[in-house]
Design a protein around this ligand. Sequence first.
Ligand code: SF4
Length: 362
Amino acid sequence: MEMHADALHISRYPFLAAASNYIKESGVTLDDLITAAAFERARLRGKERVHEALKEGTVRKPVIMSTAQAEVELLSYPFARILVSCIGDERLVRRYALSEAKSAYEKLKEDSSTGSSSDTDIINELSREFGIRVDFVRLPHGQEREQVQLPFVDYLRFTSTLRDKRWKLVNRGLEKGWVKLRRGEFLRIIQEAIYERIKRDLPLNVPKALCESLSSYTEDIREELEVLRRKYDDGGFESSAGFRVRDPRCFPPCIAAILGNLRDGVNVPHTARFAVTAFLLNIGLTGDEIIEIYKNAPDFDEERTRYQVEHIAGDKGSVRYTAPSCDTMRTYGNCINSDETCEKISHPLSYYKLKLKMRSTK
Ligand code: SF4
């Protein structure tokens, strides 16, 4: 069967206005999507999208071989949004929107680096969709597609939530109201725009009776959400993925200080990163959750961070590292803000355990 090119394209970017137009023109109603047996595959894939967001922090892009398959993928997106809305959990909304945005960003990187003239088409299409004016800068040596410029108002619109120092306007060259960026950086800005678009209307106002009729789809998601909540929801520190890490009020002052620096986009030395990563792994955070915390680091590079976190976790066949002792922390200048509890322990993990015990006794 010949594949409808539009269907394939918009199934990859289902948040585009063209995607809702495609669905409208196809004649599929909301009622069909929710009740018709013919759309059960789309509903199951919609549920899977939310599961993937919760478990993996991203939404898989399956290989699509036919228009029918592309349409299932496309229709699964509005259904996933309905499920997320019925559950109505604010953190799930953020996690889901972030996962969809990351997945679209990965696809965008792929689609815009084929080495053909269509590389700029997709960037232009998404820029138009989000009302961002963008120009490809002409450079010598055939690198003209590697740099873009955009008006600073558009730049500010999508970078105000990025904590990394390199996004601050003062750290950028501003010329006659235009900001120059490497193409990769611009794609990161598009990811922000996608995130805002996906999150914009969530949760949707879905009637209660309709949500009840979808309980067979939402039940597992609620359970999974509860498991995650129990795992991380002991305190008041929220990772950017929207989940809480174990009681941060009990973190030793050194770890709290390093995490604070990472959150504020301060450049943290390698030894401090190692200490905080090993500490968080030891108290049960997953590699993905730790990578989320590093996202604000000024030189964040997801691939390199993942490699390092997995290495410390022992996932690459190496030994799993434990967090450094207080002596080692002192040696590297990472013992910061020590307090009276520090006098009773010799290891940051012992500090944490002791504080947890003290709190539960209280
Ligand atoms: S004494 Fe140990 S636990 Fe306390 S701040 Fe220093 S390194 Fe951290």
